[in-house]
Design a protein around this ligand. Structure first.
Ligand code: ZN
Length: 190
């Protein structure tokens, strides 16, 4: 398996890719049978943490989730709306960092939209982010660029809820073979 396969989680017609750039940032790609989109996240660890927390929210009582990827000078707003067991995923471009806060989705430019089964969507994101985080020991993000918590706890929680509620089957990785009884986890490094 080559690197591209490892970091592009694909299930049926949904794909989610994440490629760290040489210096800073990451390129996030999403796609379905109709269209693909790619955009830069300036702070990859924060962005991965935000998407994992957003997907965790799909297993709670709220009808949807919103979060932002910073990509100066612009910002991308992810909007997840639950439709039964499906999720409507919309990604909007806002021309200013923080410019989107408090403004309606319609004020942004819709760059990609897709309806996906929650299980398919979450499975692809989980596989991709686990592959990225497993390999991250080779190139840690500079501490000064980190503003939020580690994504690991959200990753473990999301995998646990996905396996509990989505009926993903035997092909789905266990929540975490490294998880300890106290809930802490260390990702294995090659
Ligand atoms: Zn799965």
């Amino acid at each position: 398996m080559d690197f591209a396969e490892q970091t592009a989680g694909t299930a049926d017609d949904f794909s989610f890719g994440w490629e760290l750039r040489e210096q800073t940032g990451a390129v996030c790609t999403v796609g379905d049978a109709a269209a693909d989109a790619a955009f830069v996240a300036d702070r990859p660890t924060d962005a991965i943490t935000d998407i994992l927390h957003g997907l965790c929210g799909l297993y709670g009582p709220l009808p949807g989730e919103r979060f932002f990827f910073r990509s100066e000078p612009v910002e991308f707003r992810w909007v997840l709306d639950r439709q039964g067991t499906d999720v409507d995923i919309s990604i909007y471009l806002f021309p200013d960092v923080h410019g989107g806060v408090g403004t309606p989705d319609s004020a942004g430019l819709l760059v990609w939209r897709s309806r996906q089964a929650r299980g398919r969507f979450v499975h692809a994101v989980l596989d991709t982010t686990e592959a990225v985080l497993d390999g991250e020991g080779a190139r840690p993000e500079p501490a000064g660029r980190r503003t939020g918590p580690s994504p690991l706890s959200a990753l473990v929680e999301l995998r646990r809820m996905h396996r509990r509620d989505d009926g993903c089957g035997a092909a789905c990785r266990p929540a975490t073979p490294e998880e300890h009884s106290d809930g802490r986890r260390r990702l294995p490094h090659p």
